[in-house]
Design a protein. Structure first.
Length: 354
């Protein structure tokens, strides 16, 4: 039975291959978009404050640059999370104690003015990320150039030497050391400057997500179409209609040329008075095989289009229901099965895949 089930599943996929492919691709695309949206929410592809270091920023800020990646090579791109880390009041107090530079009071003064961050002004402390490179620039503007560099050095030291929770399972690469940005223009990456070293990772990520989504899509679309075939009256496969637990199930497949084998199983055992029900035209190969087998057998066989047409005899010993997978319906089969059950006889179900 397992072999028959597998054969029917393969036949189902073959008949529905176009639908399966289309649904798999669509589900794969949906999965890719959903996965990247979720990753963005979880900090993997965050796009907040995705900016480049402009001349205006470089004129007032000092800072350093880092690139962070996951163990699997994905770029970490959560600008918000990194900026929230450097703006923690406790960490700012440590920075003040370490450098002797007032930071928190300047942040509070700026916030009191209703300040909003922009591309040209990131406040006292800020973080931006290269659009294509995913390189973070930590910006410091707390006072003089020397004070800015000192605070930047403190933060870089914290990121590289301390246990930072959001950096677990990630690797941090220092792209440029703390410095006055206007004095280090060559160290400031612009859009696309990194070429294939970093930017192409995103394309690979999308392809991997799409491949995973397509595999899931294949499984889901197959299951959905199978479920749909269970609901439709004329989608007949061995797994879409009910049979009794004691039934003998036979599968005639024109591609396998098994007409003689199926015919023999239908007419045997000998000396049996059978009722054979077939509503649709039999394939020529199976019809010829049945006629050949029946000619030499001393038995009485009623070939009828429906159970109600069978003659009533007390010595009936077996009912054979032949169902055409392309032309008969579940409704027709259920009706024949219900009438056959009233005879309380052994039942053979023959499915014809012509």
């Amino acid at each position: 039975m397992e072999k028959i089930l597998w054969t029917e599943i393969k036949r189902f996929i073959k008949r529905n291959v176009k639908k399966v492919i289309v649904l798999s691709v669509v589900i794969g695309l949906i999965y890719t978009l959903a996965a990247n949206m979720l990753m963005g929410q979880n900090g993997m592809y965050e796009t907040d404050d995705t900016l480049e270091v402009t001349e205006e920023l470089a004129e007032y800020y000092s800072g350093f640059q880092v690139y962070i990646e996951y163990d699997d090579g994905r770029s970490f791109a959560n600008t918000t999370l990194l900026e929230e880390y450097i703006l923690q009041p406790e960490l700012i107090e440590e920075a003040e104690a370490s450098t002797g530079v007032e930071i928190l009071s300047r942040i509070e003064q700026l916030e009191a003015t209703g300040f909003e961050k922009s591309g040209d002004d990131r406040g006292v402390l800020g973080v931006i990320r290269g659009t294509y490179s995913d390189i973070f620039t930590v910006l410091v503007n707390v006072g003089t150039d020397s004070e800015n560099v000192a605070v930047a050095e403190f933060y870089l030291d914290e990121l590289t030497t301390e246990d930072v929770s959001f950096l677990e399972s990630k690797e941090l690469h220092v792209w440029s050391e703390p410095q006055v940005l206007s004095d280090a223009e060559d160290a400031v990456p612009e859009s696309g400057d990194l070429g294939n070293d970093v930017g192409d990772t995103t394309v690979v990520d999308y392809m991997i997500d799409w491949a995973i989504g397509t595999v899931f899509g294949f499984i889901i679309s197959t299951l959905v179409l199978i479920f749909w075939s269970l609901l439709r009256d004329r989608d007949l496969y061995a797994f879409t209609y009910n049979r009794g637990s004691d039934d003998v199930f036979l599968l005639y497949d024109a591609d396998k040329n098994n007409a003689d084998e199926v015919a023999q199983l239908i007419v045997y055992p000998l000396n049996y008075n059978k009722i054979v029900i077939h509503h649709s035209r039999l394939p020529d190969a199976l019809k010829d095989a049945l006629e050949k087998k029946s000619e030499s057998l001393p038995q009485s066989v009623d070939y009828v289009p429906k159970m109600a047409d069978a003659s009533v005899k007390s010595d009936r010993t077996e009912v054979v229901i032949m169902i055409d997978s392309l032309n008969d319906s579940k409704k027709w089969y259920r009706k024949q099965r219900l009438l056959a059950d009233t005879y309380q006889l052994p039942v053979k179900v023959v499915q014809i895949n012509s």
